[in-house]
Design a protein around this ligand. Sequence first.
Ligand code: ATP
Ligand code: MG
Length: 322
Amino acid sequence: MARNFFTMMRSSAPAATAAPAASEQRSERAAPSPPSPPPANMKEAAAAGVGVHLDPNLEAVRHDFTEEIEMALQLREVSAFYGSFQAIDKMTMPIPQNRVTALIGPSGCGKSTLLRCFNRMNDLIPGARIEGEIMFEGRNLIDPNVDAVEVRRRIGMVFQKPNPFPKSIYENVAFGARINGYSGDMDRLVEDSLRRAALWDEVKDELDKSGLALSGGQQQRLCIARAIAVQPEIILMDEPASALDPVATLKIEDLMRELAEHYTIVVVTHNMQQAGRVSDYTAFLLAGEERVGRLVEFGPTQEIFTNPLDQRTEDYITGRYG
Ligand SMILES: Nc1ncnc2c1ncn2[C@@H]1O[C@H](COP(=O)(O)OP(=O)(O)OP(=O)(O)O)[C@@H](O)[C@H]1O
Ligand SMILES: [Mg+2]
């Protein structure tokens, strides 16, 4: 897939302060850094128009990408409405392939709405409407001629509250694949999916047990296994760990990092530490007085967290917004 207008000059701006902890784990996948010129602050770089894209029409600040990377999705001026109410306005950004992108922002700014645009889940809400363009492998997936069921197979979703079917662990994983007409070795697919979801070792001797009999964290990993079993390219997660205890949360975070080896992950989170730990890229959304959500800033998580270009991003990350 062609790269796009977000792939621009390499940034010459190393982070001014310590990076989020997870960046060490990510280092093996990070692009090798060239010998850097003398450190330049991102804000100075922005003022000089270097390495940062400031789009006056869209009022969103985007950091330059520092790695050469393919895009799984490319959004252009995506707006979403519920009846006459506009929930999000003209969001333009990429979703980098095989990376974790976090959507952050205060309650009501449109994170879940945006996530649901990515796999046409908003189609299922009466009165909901999307405008703009979400390019996915050369096609605009918002186009009504694009099959929403196919989009949802290729772009899976995991919800805040684990929602296994009242069926066995095995059937939970096999179900979607079977509906999609999978004709291969089902036992193998179930095992592989459970392994990828880091659940196999805990359940391999009781695959006939009800999915509902698992702990909350296990149920969430089962839902991730179920999403994986239909062989998606992108997995959307809406606050996947917010109903879980700290230990189960860390397991889900580790899993997200592992899954990014094979899939593109987009995760909504209210937890700033979590966004810092798991994501490679971050989009900060904010709704104004009229409650319309807009993209304020998009960029590598390390830049967003250590060197935000917009004061509102800094205020949110440092806990000064409600
Ligand atoms: N089904 C719906 N019908 C009408 N309005 C909706 C619907 N779903 C969401 N909204 C409105 O759209 C806006 C964005 O909601 P959304 O759920 O996307 O926000 P969010 O950022 O995910 O919030 P939270 O962090 O609380 O989950 C809000 O003003 C909300 O009230
Ligand atoms: Mg939400």
